[in-house]
Design a protein around this ligand. Structure first.
Ligand code: SF4
Ligand code: MSK
Length: 655
């Protein structure tokens, strides 16, 4: 147990890490221990973009390099360490932007099929959002049916990916000053795919060899992700499945049920999981489960799929990225259904030690040893039924080696940017005004977006929770997505009661008045676009400057690991937000590239990167930045509101 306690701060995870060791099961925690990262690759100093390499150009250790020595420190083709670090960095952006955007494309394809009546089982749930999007994109509404409007929206959304010229449509949602800045800096994306492909071209051997020019394209592709692919995914999912509203949920491995068929949905796209949720409630499925000796069917989510189905249906979450193997180690998972992104290949090997069926569903993501049941959106219910049946039929194969940790916590999720608007402003005057007012009067010091993954190189959930507790203690309201949101919920930070327990006096008073937690769950990885919209709404409401870079806000991913996190961080920075990452930093092999990202970016984009592996220090960097922005806005002294009585008014009039 002592060994396991060094791996995670989460009690349920510690128990299962221990059980895995007793069961002789190799997990991500063991592999991270056994294999240390390559110190040259970790800092971006290794290039393998052609067959003459790999070329390694590490900074010399323990001595100052002469200019002559630096001149010689190059790849075989002559690429400098700056070029190599910048190329590696923006290829990470390309990978992340591609993953989010291909998710968005998949949603757009299903959306169009639904609009054309070719995808039975799906329907348009949020009509208001459909019409709003039609207005935003200049699509005629008049007397047309929702279906007709949706066909135009679906076609326009798909066109955003392959567009060659102009600008992606959602750029117009950003504050005007930000749009102008993007145009001035040459980073307004033309089409989503185009910017990603251009990174792959420019980073091929012998193309773009100017690190500043390379990094500029990284910003452009990341904006195509945040304000393009991800925003399309979020918007169209909301129209199809409903815009999230506050919902009570439960979280952690304790949500698994000994007496029921446990089916975990893991991955990112809600297209299939929505259907599985519906199918599992069908009477014949419940009857089938009972005929196999189970009391019912229990669905739980993992990673971002979990966030999607929690927000819209209150389905419990079993855990975040580093808990996927641990869920199987309980011995109680009858099937784990996966689609795309953040799925460990080792799931099938861990599953071999128990009875769990691993079911892949995407033609883009197969795993040897898993059962593949391809998801077909034209026949989604049939795919979902086949999967649920497989889980049920596997229930009798459960062995006796079952141990479900009792840990589970309540949380409130579903804080879409529209919900925040409504909660703060009320039904008839929905607005961000109360948030802005409370920032101006100092009760809320600022807002932080804390997002991203777990990373097996650092203690599971520790950096997230340490950073977030420090932020809320200092009256910073925290907005969250992804595995970071799951970490906070597991630690009990996402209930309204957490405000009086953990938040500073000012933030707690606002949370208690409105009835919200001090840490707001805004969704999955693609839903970081909701954070962009929330920041834009704060600018548009007035009183806090005229661009996102004027706001007292900051971003962070203290346990990041995926390329998607790099793309998210880059579009936060490109949108004007100071953003701190922990764990390690992939350009430390070049002082010039790191300085450009950490310092020079501020003059160009009003936002810049920082790297700080200590979560407390990172939180304090964010708070310092927030305080600087408050000072620049002239709101650095908390202003208490004075209610004037008649005597005071008369005195005023007399002056
Ligand atoms: Fe080496 Fe240049 Fe080839 Fe990279 S592109 S592997 S630096 S020769
Ligand atoms: S799932 S990208 S580990 S947040 Fe979105 Fe979690 Fe990071 Fe995957």
């Amino acid at each position: 147990m002592e060994e396991a306690e060094t791996k995670s701060i989460d009690k349920a995870s510690i128990k299962m890490i221990d059980k895995a060791a007793n069961d002789g099961v190799n997990t991500v925690f063991d592999r991270a221990e056994a294999m240390k990262p390559c110190p040259i690759g970790m800092v971006g100093s290794c290039c393998k973009h052609c067959g003459m390499g790999p070329c390694r150009v590490p900074l010399p250790k323990g001595k100052v390099e002469t200019p002559e020595e630096k001149q010689k420190r190059r790849g075989i083709c002559g690429a400098t360490s700056e070029t190599i670090a910048a190329r590696n960095f923006i290829r990470m952006v390309a990978g992340g932007a591609a993953a989010h955007s291909d998710h968005g494309r998949g949603v757009a394809e299903v959306f169009l099929a639904v609009a054309k009546g070719e995808a039975p089982g799906y329907e348009i749930i949020d009509e208001q959002k459909l019409l709003q999007l039609a207005l935003d994109w200049g699509i005629e509404i008049s007397e047309r049916s929702n279906q007709e409007i949706a066909v135009d929206i679906g076609a326009k959304a798909l066109n955003e990916f392959g567009k060659q010229e102009g600008e992606i449509l959602f750029l117009r949602r950003a504050p005007l000053k930000r749009q102008e800045l993007w145009r001035r800096e040459g980073v307004a994306p033309r089409g989503i795919d185009r910017e990603i492909v251009e990174i792959m071209h420019r980073t091929h051997i012998g193309v773009d060899q100017d690190y500043q020019n390379l990094l500029r394209q990284g910003v452009r592709a990341s904006i195509a992700d945040g304000w393009g692919g991800s925003m399309i995914a979020t918007e169209l999912q909301d129209i199809l499945f409903g815009t999230p509203e506050p919902v009570l949920g439960r979280i952690n491995l304790g949500v698994l049920n000994r007496d029921e068929v446990n089916l975990i949905i893991h991955g990112h796209e809600p297209l299939l999981s929505e259907m599985i949720v519906v199918t599992a409630q069908e009477p014949e499925m419940v009857e089938l489960a009972k005929s196999k000796g189970a009391k019912g069917i229990n669905i739980a989510g993992m990673c971002c799929t979990a966030n999607e189905i929690l927000m819209r249906h209150g389905i419990p979450i079993a855990g975040n990225f580093l808990q996927q193997e641990l869920a199987i180690v309980t011995g109680a998972v009858d099937a784990m259904i996966v689609d795309v992104q953040c799925i460990m290949q080792s799931l099938t090997t861990v599953a071999e030690c128990y009875h769990t069926k691993i079911i892949t569903t995407s033609p883009k993501a197969k795993i040897p040893g898993a059962t593949h049941i391809e998801f077909d959106e034209h026949n989604a219910m049939e795919s979902a039924r086949a999967i649920v049946k497989m889980a049920i039929n596997n229930f009798p194969n459960r062995g006796s080696n079952v141990d479900i940790p009792e840990e589970q916590t309540d949380l409130i999720a579903g804080f879409s940017h529209e919900t925040i608007n409504y909660l703060l402003g009320g039904l008839f005057r929905a607005s961000y005004r109360p948030l802005n007012d409370n920032i101006i009067n100092g009760r809320i010091r600022g807002v932080a977006g804390v997002v991203g993954c777990n990373n097996a190189r650092v203690k599971h959930n520790y950096a997230h929770i340490t950073m977030i507790k420090e932020l809320i203690k200092n009256d910073v309201l925290v907005l969250q997505t992804g595995c970071s949101a799951i970490a906070s919920a597991e630690a009990g930070l996402m209930t309204p009661e957490a405000a009086s327990k953990y938040a500073g006096e000012g933030l707690a008073s606002v949370c208690e008045t409105v009835g919200i937690p001090p840490v707001l769950h805004m969704g999955s990885c693609v839903d970081n676009s909701r954070i962009l919209m929330a920041a834009t709404a704060m600018v548009k409401d007035g009183g806090l400057g005229d661009d996102i870079s004027d706001l007292p806000v900051a971003g962070a991913a203290p346990e990041w690991m995926s390329e998607k996190a790099i793309s998210i961080g880059q579009y936060f920075v490109g949108s004007g937000v100071f953003t701190v990452f922990g764990v390690n930093w992939p350009t430390l092999g070049s002082n010039e590239v790191s300085k450009f990202l950490f310092q020079d970016f501020e003059a160009m984009y009003g936002g810049m990167w920082a790297f700080e592996p200590d979560p407390l220090k990172a939180a304090n960097l964010m708070i310092e930045h927030i305080d600087q922005k408050r000072k620049a806005l002239g709101i650095d002294k908390a202003r208490e509101r004075i209610l004037y009585d008649m005597t005071m008014r008369r005195e005023l009039e007399a002056v």
